[in-house]
Design a protein around this ligand. Sequence first.
Ligand SMILES: Cc1cc2nc3c(=O)[nH]c(=O)nc-3n(C[C@H](O)[C@H](O)[C@H](O)COP(=O)(O)O)c2cc1C
Length: 378
Amino acid sequence: MILERLSVPIVLAPLAGGSSTPELTAAVSNAGGLGFVAAGYLTASALKERLDQARALTDAPLGVNVFVPGPPGDPAAVRAYAATLAEDAHGIDVGLGEARYGDDDWAAKIDLLAAERVPVVSFTFGCPDGEVIGRLRRAGSEVWVTVTAPEEAQQAVAAGCDVLVLQGIEAGGHRASFRDDPAGLGDGLGLLSLLQLVRARADLPLVAAGGIITGGGIAAVLAAGASAAQLGTAFMRTPEAGTAEVDRQALASDAPTALTRAFTGRLARGIRNRFLDRHTAQAPAAYPEVHFMTAPLRRAARAAGDPGLVNLWAGQAHELGRQVPAGQLVRELAAEARTASRQASDRLSATGDLSFSVRCGQRAECLARPQTVAACRL
Ligand SMILES: Cc1cc2nc3c(=O)[nH]c(=O)nc-3n(C[C@H](O)[C@H](O)[C@H](O)COP(=O)(O)O)c2cc1C
């Protein structure tokens, strides 16, 4: 398994829509982690180009992440939402885009990946059927499926995936849920709960994602049974990332994040701004129609450096992100994780001694170990 071959248990989260670059992918893989190429929003031929560029920069394994297409949204709900956006579009002097449905070039991407024999293919927004999974596995790829709930994990295991990527509610960007339930806004399992619940039910290797941005966070998920940590926001301020300046500035702030469908019609976590606060309550579950509809507005706002209208995707711990080269970040995080797990282990040994002295504090053995007895406050 690829996870066993990594010298550092750190996975670069796929970051579709700007931050993902071949340079970032390669830098993480070259540092001993696993870099991902994000296929989302690209045509199959653009993906092939990105993949070739990343491969030219590293001989280490890398992965490709693909969006699983969902059902079209309700056209009437999309039209009603469009009417509420007119003022914002007028304010920045652009028209709304066409609210069209699309499958993100799904079939062509699967054909390409089956031919390219990429070490890992991961999926988000759903679970591919057994036929697609079987085809990729026969081509030599490991298949990873991203899940947000134990029921989704069960479904992915039954479909035959090799690894589960667990995404907690803290995560930046889109929720990976198989179905974007319009009734759900803000509810969902935190990473540690999800990890413990799935670990208790599934034997597969687990990769943990959501709000991890320090070595301590990495050590925590490894201790809870993950084989690796997948970090997205942590890499968005690295020089290799294609993150726009307006996003970089917002990421460096301590502004709060929230979940919203306002920008794309699919639940996603971003830094709160004018657009998010104004439109979250009305936005329908209609992806990718709303994504295409708001695209010109977001593009214009990014170019103008207006953070109020931009989808500032970020995980809950974004303010701790660092502006250092990606390879250096991987090495720093790995060193911190080692220190954190040593400290946790020391703490647990000390607690073990304490409970020993609590149980038999009056006995000769305890009196012979004065430092332990002195530390016992009970
Ligand atoms: C800007 C951005 C883009 C993302 N794009 C993708 C994507 O293309 N595919 C995917 O599976 N997850 C995507 N995610 C979610 C990540 O895979 C991951 O779950 C998340 O980054 C983890 O939380 P963190 O950002 O707090 O580290 C994206 C996240 C962000 C912040």
